[in-house]
Design a protein around this ligand. Structure first.
Ligand code: NAD
Ligand code: FES
Length: 281
């Protein structure tokens, strides 16, 4: 069913956008950690996006996406008032949330938006939420104000030092863990190398670490196998068994290889699309 775009905001012009979608059924059932499968138009491919926020009272969900290829480029051309052909969800298992104490929610780049919904869930459950967010530069830091509105601690890093501490988000995480043995869980959402590095950083502290995987998906419902990942040598489907898993079990190198498998075809498809749109390639 076509889904109307209520509001669109280019958070980082030409790179990252937020859309507020009129999706009352999805908003009513959405839990932190869930995602939706979208199809921009009737001939488009289906692709997953994590729900960055849900407002059941307003019947709306927020999605945030990085313009990476043909489908996200096509999505980014839509404006408020336009419709997306299909928005199917909420899908995936919700984040396991219980009141435990201090939880550090770590977000890297675009992953900060997806982490936001999980952090909010932990806050609503009564946990002390520490947000540790990292981006390459200040202009790429997403959702800082939103996180500051409910997290008692928001730690910031940028690779170039333009905001917060200069360095990677894992350095913030290491320092915060070192000072507090009572941290109950670390959550990480972001690029695969970042999530792999988070798991390695947390390991010496023996704190449980949950990662949200961005595997390639086709149906999003457990039928095609496209989203398979290896967990301690066993195959799991990210769409129905995840997207969140115990980070210590994930084979990140295999995930990275699978995500790169169609890069050249994706580039050709994106270039063709931009030619057809009359955009410079
Ligand atoms: P990026 O590459 O700019 O990295 C953002 C931050 O992550 C960096 O500033 C750094 O602090 C940290 N980081 C990156 N690599 C690291 C490493 N090796 N060690 C320690 N810290 C590291 O991020 P981006 O370009 O915004 O990310 C885009 C990627 O994120 C895409 O591939 C997208 O698929 C993925 N993503 C994943 C999810 C998810 O659910 N896991 C959600 C949104 C986006
Ligand atoms: Fe098809 Fe997960 S996307 S099984």
């Amino acid at each position: 069913m076509p889904t109307k775009i209520i509001r669109k905001e280019e958070l980082i012009p030409g790179r990252t956008s937020l859309m507020l979608l009129d999706a009352p059924h999805v908003a009513a059932a959405a839990r932190p950690g869930n995602f939706v499968m979208l199809r921009v138009d009737e001939k488009g491919e289906r692709f997953p996006l994590t729900i960055a926020d849900a407002d059941p009272a307003a019947g709306a969900i927020s999605i945030v996406f990085l313009v990476m290829g043909k489908s996200t480029d096509a999505l980014n051309r839509l404006r408020a008032g336009d419709s997306i052909a299909d928005v199917c969800g909420p899908l995936g298992r919700a984040t396991h949330i219980e009141k435990t104490g201090t939880v550090i929610c770590t977000g890297g780049g675009t992953g900060i938006a997806a982490m936001h919904h999980i952090a909010k869930g932990h806050h609503q459950a009564g946990n002390h939420v520490v947000a540790a967010i990292g981006a390459r530069s200040e202009n790429l830091l997403l959702f800082r104000r939103e996180l500051e509105s409910f997290c008692p601690e928001v730690l910031v890093s940028t690779d170039d030092g333009s905001a917060g501490r200069k360095g990677l988000v894992t350095e913030l995480l290491k320092d915060r863990l070192s000072g507090d043995p009572s941290v109950r869980e670390v959550v990480a959402v972001g690029p695969v190398p970042m999530m792999k590095a988070v798991v390695a950083t947390v390991k010496p502290f023996k704190t449980p670490v949950t990662v949200s995987l961005n595997a390639m998906m086709v149906d999003g419902m457990g039928m095609c196998g496209a989203c398979r990942v290896s967990l301690d040598g066993e195959t799991r489907f990210t769409c129905v068994d995840g997207p969140e898993f115990d980070g210590n079990l994930v084979d990140f190198d295999e995930l990275q290889q699978r995500l790169a498998a169609f890069k050249s075809q994706e580039k050709i498809s994106h270039d063709l699309y931009r030619e057809q749109c009359g955009c410079a390639v």
